[in-house]
Ligand binder design. Sequence first.
Ligand SMILES: *Cc1c(COP(=O)(O)O)cnc(C)c1O
Length: 215
Amino acid sequence: MNIAEKIALIAEKIKEVNPCAQILAATKTRSVEEIREAVGTGLVAGVGENRVRELLEKYSPDFRWDFIGRLQTNKAKYLPGKVTLIHSLDRLSLASVLEKEYAKRGEVCRVLIEINTGKEPNKGGVFLEETESFLERLREFGHIEVKGLMAVTPLGFSPAQSEKAFDAVYEKYIKLADGYNFNCLSMGMSGDYLVAAKHGSNLVRIGRAIFGERL
Ligand SMILES: *Cc1c(COP(=O)(O)O)cnc(C)c1O
C-alpha cells in the first residue's frame, strides 16, 4: 500500500469509532515528497514535526504545521508565523519564552498542555492533577492561548493501561473544556490511535502507520 492508501484506510477505521477525530501526520525523518503525498490526500488535518530545525528545512505555508516534540526554549523564536499549534507545552519556563516571542510579533501562541500520563521522571509533561494549577499560572501570559491537552502513553503500557490513561486525560479535558474554551485533545499514535479515538481523542498523531517504520 502507498501512503495515500494507508491514510484512507486509517481514516476509515477512525471514522467508525469517532467521526470527530482528525489525523495529524507525524512527519519526523520523512521527506518533503512523502509529506506532500500525505497532505495531498485531503484526509489529514496537517503535519506535526518534532524538531525545529527539521521543521524549518521542510516548511511550506501551503498547509498546517504543528509542533509536537519537546521544545527547547532557545528554539521558540522560530515558531511564530509558522506553527498552528504547539502540542508540547510542559513547563512554565517555556511558556514564558513563548509569551515573549509571540508578544514581540503581536501574535497569539496556541498550545496544548502536555500531560505526563505515566509520571515518568525523564519525560516532559505536567502531572494530570497539576493541570489546573498550571493553567492558573499561564493566565499571566496574554499571548498564550491553551486549546486543550496532549498525552503520550509510556512505551511499556499495556492496552488496558493506555485505555485507563486516555480516559483520565479525557475526563480532565471535559472538566476544563467549557471554562477554558478547549477544542483539541491530542492523544494516540500508530500503536494506539483507535483506542485513543474511541476514548475521546479528536487529534491522533500518526507516523509509522502512514509512512512505514523509520530507518
Ligand atoms: C513520532 C511521534 C508520533 C508518531 O509516532 P508513530 O508511532 O510513528 O505513529 C506521535 N507523537 C509524537 C509526540 C511523536 O514524537
